[in-house]
Design a protein around this ligand. Structure first.
Ligand code: DGL
Length: 274
């Protein structure tokens, strides 16, 4: 496989762009093909089996675009499908997301940590295993921030509804003396400034994207290879939803003006270019 093939990244929507923006800073030469499943967002309250089917269809699509590695830049899709995808597409490397309980457990001083993620992420075996492996001696306070993903999809990073959802989640956690917040959903790093304003500067908020990008770099070096060109890589963005709406929020989230290509789902498993 050529090192000039793109990195494939997907999410239920714009969340994976929080990983893409760090990737663009750290590995600017890499080409990227990004898929946002706006036709089905949010994933968080859907059944695991359904999210798994979507993830399989999207992986297939990204492989058809010659992806050299697949980044499941979505905690919910990782919870529902990462194990299955690794078994099914065994000749490609996957990077997935899991809530950053491990670093949080290492840095907390009060021993109390807030975790924000979707219902599916909290229900999945991946989260249970992370808590079992790294959560000993730490008290975790969880919240699903209902409605927050939809607000971020609209680019509402500082609106009253967004603020209310975050205050409802975080103020009770502050009363319990949390000193660390884990963002277990890739949409949430876009509201870090607002979260930080609510919890105060003393509370650490963990954005998992830099660690994920380091892991992408390690896997590329071990396998498909880094793009060594000195030119900036191209980013192709595909959406199964309303491309004009996605296009409108891109400059807010990514600070890049990129064209969004429309795609359609045919049933639950196949994606075609429009
Ligand atoms: N960005 C997602 C995650 O990391 C999915 C949110 C959703 O679609 O509910 O979990």
């Amino acid at each position: 496989m050529s090192s000039t093939h793109p990195i494939g990244i997907f999410d239920s929507g714009v969340g994976g762009l929080s990983v893409l923006r760090v990737l663009r800073e750290q590995m600017p030469a890499e080409h990227v093909v990004y898929f946002g499943d706006q036709g089905h967002v949010p994933y968080g309250a859907r059944p695991m089996a359904e999210i798994q089917k979507f993830s399989e269809g999207i992986t297939q699509f990204l492989l058809e675009q010659n992806a050299k590695i697949i980044v499941v830049a979505c905690n919910t899709a990782s919870a529902a499908a990462l194990k299955y995808l690794r078994e099914k597409f065994s000749d490609i490397s996957f990077v997935g997301m899991e809530p950053a309980v491990k670093p949080a457990a290492e840095i907390t001083r009060t021993g109390k940590v807030g975790v924000l993620a979707t219902p599916a992420t909290f229900q999945g075996a991946l989260y249970a295993s992370v808590v079992e492996r790294f959560g000993a001696g730490v008290e975790l306070f969880q919240n699903t921030c209902t409605g927050l993903v939809s607000e971020i999809e609209k680019g509402e990073l500082d609106s009253q509804p967004t603020r209310r959802i975050l205050e409802d989640a975080l103020l009770p956690m502050l009363e319990k003396n949390i000193d660390t917040v884990v963002l277990g959903c890739t949409h949430y790093p876009f509201v870090i400034p607002l979260i930080q304003e609510i919890v105060g500067e003393k509370v650490r908020v963990i954005d998992p994207a830099p660690a994920i990008v380091r892991q992408i770099g390690r896997l590329l070096e071990m396998g498909a290879g880094r793009n060594t060109s000195s030119l900036k890589g191209e980013v192709q963005i595909y959406s199964s939803g309303d491309v004009t709406k996605v296009q409108a929020v891109l400059p807010i989230l990514l600070r890049e003006h990129l064209k969004v290509h429309p795609v359609n789902w045919v049933g639950n498993r196949n994606i075609v270019l429009v």
